[in-house]
Design a protein around this ligand. Structure first.
Ligand SMILES: NC(=O)c1ccc[n+]([C@@H]2O[C@H](COP(=O)([O-])OP(=O)(O)OC[C@H]3O[C@@H](n4cnc5c(N)ncnc54)[C@H](OP(=O)(O)O)[C@@H]3O)[C@@H](O)[C@H]2O)c1
Length: 303
């Protein structure tokens, strides 16, 4: 019986829509969108601007969720640099009214953070390492984490590597959907990170709820890291695509401060994941294992 309710704020996001599809089997799922109204069978969706308290209040009054997942955000590192105010509002400030209402209705608040809270200049990072972000995205996600850890009594934070899969709102294709177009494209080769099918996040959230985890920040990543160019090559192998269409390029992350003194060619966003594996008694996959899972999930069909 579905006796717990989950409210996904930003259900129109890539992550939120995929969580809804996965979690609706076991929970009563509700969701909010901002500009992109979406319909997910079996899920009630309603509009809400998280920056307007009366709208947030109304959602909580109606739904009274047991669990709230904050999937609102401004996630592109270059867009965040161009519009730091919007990044701060959506990645951090939007949590204020949400947290207030979660407190009022005794709802667990789940926040999805990012490996970008780190600079990528060290070999690997654990949960206790102090964020040394160099980008507006990293700074504002770190602010969101800090707000919850210091001001809210009932939270879970998943600090995640990039997630991939298909978005429900097709006007905004993500990098995986770009690969699926099978067109010539340039992929970065100097920034390495983990990559996970978005359903791994959904599984981890489901297990964390079942195990009643509370007030923890847990890192989530594949067990290995690679560049987007290498990822595109693994994708080509598993999805039977000609790898020759993917060409190497080198991106430079936009910097928060002038860090011209730090000359690092290769950045590694390598998250240690021992804690989440121990808490949930799971083994996280390699990138290739994750892609195999995705291939089977999509019945071996590219979109
Ligand atoms: N994607 C990843 O690989 C990844 C990795 C780590 C962490 N995360 C985190 O997971 C969350 C979702 O990421 P995503 O990439 O799936 O996001 P996304 O597809 O870019 O979607 C952003 C969401 O924010 C909503 N939104 C924008 N302004 C809003 C407002 N004023 N009030 C309410 N909602 C508003 C959008 O609604 P409309 O579209 O309806 O306007 C949309 O649902 C973000 O917090 C992100 O930092 C993502």
């Amino acid at each position: 019986m579905k006796n717990k309710s989950i409210l996904i704020l930003g259900i129109s996001s890539f992550v939120g829509s995929n969580l809804a599809e996965f979690l609706k089997k076991d929970y009563k799922v509700f969701g909010t969108y901002f500009e992109n109204r979406i319909e997910i069978p079996g899920v009630l969706t309603l509009p809400c601007d998280v920056l307007k308290n009366e709208q947030v209040q109304k959602c909580f009054q109606v739904i009274k969720p047991d669990i709230t997942i904050y999937c609102v955000g401004f996630s592109n590192v270059f867009d965040c640099q161009k519009n730091p105010n919007r990044a701060q509002q959506l990645n951090a400030n939007g949590l204020y009214f949400v947290a207030e209402n979660c407190h009022k209705y005794n709802s667990l608040l789940i926040y999805i953070s990012s490996a970008m809270v780190f600079s990528g200049t060290k070999d690997s990072y654990g949960e206790i390492d102090i964020p040394d972000f160099t980008t507006v995205l990293g700074q504002t996600k770190s602010a969101g984490e800090y707000f919850l850890e210091t001001s809210f009594p009932d939270y879970l934070i998943f600090r995640s590597c990039p997630l991939y899969g298909r978005a429900v709102v097709f006007e905004k294709p993500n990098f995986f959907q770009e690969l699926e177009k099978k067109e010539d494209q340039f992929c970065d080769d100097n920034l390495s990170c983990g990559f996970l099918d978005v359903n791994y996040l959904a599984m981890v959230i489901s297990l964390a709820i079942e195990n009643n985890l509370r007030n923890l920040l847990l890192q989530l990543s594949s067990s290995d890291i690679m560049s987007r160019f290498q990822f595109a090559n693994r994708f080509a192998k598993i999805f039977n695509v000609d790898a020759g269409i993917f060409k190497k390029t080198h991106i430079t992350l936009p910097q928060l401060l002038d860090t011209t003194t730090i000359k690092v060619q290769q950045l590694n966003f390598n998250l240690k994941t021992q804690n989440i594996q121990n808490y949930l008694n799971i083994t996280l996959p390699t990138i290739e294992e994750s892609l195999d899972f995705t291939f089977r999930r999509f019945n071996g069909r590219s979109f």
